[in-house]
Design a protein around this ligand. Sequence first.
Ligand code: JBE
Length: 283
Amino acid sequence: MTARPHGERTSPGMRLDIVSIFPEYFAPLDVSLIGKARERGTLDVRIHQLRDWTHDVHKTVDDTPYGGGPGMVMKPEVWGEAIDAIIAEGPAVGGVGAPAATPRIIVPTPSGRPFTQEIAQELAAEPWLLFACGRYEGIDSRVMREYGARMRVDELSIGDYVLAGGEVAVLVMVEAIGRLLPGVLGNVHSAVDDSFAPGAMRNLLEGPVYTKPPVWRGHEVPEVLLSGHHGKIARWRRDEALRRTVANRPELAAAIDPETLDKHDRKLLDELAFRVGPEDMAN
Ligand code: JBE
């Protein structure tokens, strides 16, 4: 047993399979936090080329959509063979509890449920995830139906814009999940006060941040931050967080629980002419 720096815990470990026709997209997973976690064995990432499970000379993965319309749809047979083979490699090892016999399957698609910090946290607790990257108009829906009867399958979207395929969405999700794994993030406190982490600052965006020098190109750091007065600094940060949330994400600001607002918060929101809470309250 090698000595670990004080405070660092042994990690339970996670297996992550990614299936795509563009495995080169996942080169970034060799670097940074995720790369280090892989080197240490915290993360077992396996990238698979979907075309390895085709049988024809052209390695066909798509076909025209039933019912007509533009684009191509990914064929179910090749996906079925790929997922069956990957599951047969299992179960995921290195976990704390009983090894998982099947992965949780994630299919990135703009028509999925929104991928949020809450879902990232939920997925970070899983021993085994399998990401299925669709290209073209998506994967034949029967694939999700087939595996959905045997394991959890989630279609998730990272946002309301259309990407060329699920690859970049998977990179986004893997980074969001990966930094939550015990021992992956350098500083164990960094994940705690994220804008969307549960807790006191929930539903509030983070305000602006500053470092040295105190004056840069004539722009000064707000004086309160140099004051050393922790109470005033905390109050100022909360004001800035509220202002930014109202300006950039009014729907988040509207969802703030009024119970979590103090007198000062309410005064500030009043000055901003912003009303918190459900819009259709009987009045
Ligand atoms: O958000 N997504 O997961 C997507 C997947 C594929 C294409 N566009 C997306 N937005």
